[in-house]
Design a protein around this ligand. Structure first.
Ligand SMILES: Cc1ncc(COP(=O)(O)O)c(C=O)c1O
Length: 377
């Protein structure tokens, strides 16, 4: 009997977690990872998933174990965390502009020599060349192409060719190919509409690739694709790898875009939730302890209750959310899970994932190695 009692005390349940917190359903995560890696293998396309979504070395390692070529990162800090953890095949999808970032990049490349970085400006090429020359290392580069997002990236065609020429002149830079991420297409609602948009955007990347090759430049990599377009872009001839990220967790925003065969996008299942506690219950009023600080607020919609019907959520301040009870009910102290509106910026609000299997808390994984203190349990 004492063994059972001891074991029961040792096994931590969702109910023991400090709310609000991130709970990561490991079965769903593993299923999402398997689905994407199987898809990429069957399509014969590389997968270098974006770690900006999870910022977690444990998840990156699981992606690599399932055959990923490496991991994309958005920031130099993400690159450092991943490189330190032994993750290789890094692709920095954000330009490293300015001495502070370039010197950190050089250190990352010394640690992880196959790291690649995107460039979209010849001045940046010169700065990288100078730093790489001084350090005596080679830097692998992809041309970041603006195929319609109007963020970073050089224009397709002639401007990209000129940039390829300046990379060609830099002795310590090696051109590997093109990064063509169409972020403006990822959430286009309706599969057919999304496919049409993505094909149009990527046609510019294919034309630029051909132009560069005609001038003798190496374009062995053509990288792109989001969670919304993985099963579109992978059918485009010449795409060599995908950088989808959100598929690991999913979110309300992605569920709204519609899948190939339905109005809810369900190729991947919601694996990440914010867990909250009902901290007030009176009359028809119910309030949880997860508010503006617990979810990203960059979208016109809020979180969606998970596993409970007839209950909706509305923001009610920094630390609170109001439940609109429409047929469903909750009691004081209940733990409620919410699918998050937008996964990347929500994850960024926390320092760890509590990993669950069924109702049991199996592990804690740090986000950006921030949870460096003692584990919660
Ligand atoms: C450059 C880049 N690549 C890939 C991704 C991953 O896209 P998603 O999370 O929609 O799959 C993002 C996400 O914002 C991105 O900025």
């Amino acid at each position: 009997l004492w063994i059972i009692e001891w074991y029961t005390r040792l096994v931590k349940k969702i109910h023991d977690l400090p709310t609000p917190c991130l709970v990561l359903d490991l079965e769903r995560l593993e299923s999402n990872l398997d689905t994407m890696s199987r898809f990429a293998q069957e399509r014969g396309i590389g997968l270098r998933p974006h770690a900006k979504t999870h910022k977690c070395t444990h998840i990156a390692r699981r992606q690599i174990e399932r055959g990923a070529l490496g991991i994309c990162v958005a920031t130099i800090a993400e690159a450092e965390v991943m490189a330190r953890a032994g993750i290789r095949g890094l692709l920095l999808t954000g330009e490293m502009v300015g001495e502070p970032k370039i010197s950190r990049l050089i250190r990352v490349i010394k640690q992880a020599p196959d790291t690649m970085v995107v460039v979209d400006n010849s001045r940046n090429v010169e700065d990288l060349e100078r730093a790489a020359g001084a350090a005596g290392i080679q830097v692998s580069a992809l041309i970041d192409l603006d195929i319609g997002q109007n963020r970073t990236g050089i224009q397709p065609g002639e401007p990209a060719l000129n940039l390829a020429e300046s990379i060609g002149r830099a002795k310590h830079l090696q051109l590997k190919g093109i990064c063509a991420y169409a972020g403006h297409v990822a959430h286009v609602v309706g599969f057919d509409e999304r496919r049409a948009h993505s094909q149009r955007a990527l046609a510019q990347a294919l034309a630029t690739r051909d132009l560069l090759r005609r001038h003798g430049h190496n374009v062995e990599i053509l990288s792109g694709a989001s969670t919304g377009t993985y099963n579109i872009d992978s059918y485009i001839e010449g795409m060599t790898e995908m950088q989808s990220g959100s598929y690991v967790f999913m979110d309300v925003e992605y569920r709204k875009i519609g899948g190939k065969s339905g109005s809810v996008y369900e190729d991947f299942s919601p694996a990440l939730c914010v867990l909250s506690t009902v901290v007030h219950r009176s009359g028809n009023k119910a309030v949880v302890d997860a508010g503006l600080k617990a979810f990203s607020t960059d979208r016109p919609f809020g979180p969606e209750p998970f596993g409970i019907e007839g209950v909706a959520y509305e923001f009610a301040g920094d630390e609170h959310g109001r439940l609109v009870l429409a047929g469903g009910d909750v009691q004081l102290g209940d733990k409620l899970r919410f699918i998050i509106p937008h996964c990347d910026p929500t994850v960024n609000l926390y320092d760890r994932f509590f990993c669950i299997r069924s109702e049991t808390v199996e592990d804690e994984w740090p986000i950006m190695e921030r949870a460096t203190g003692a584990p919660y349990f």
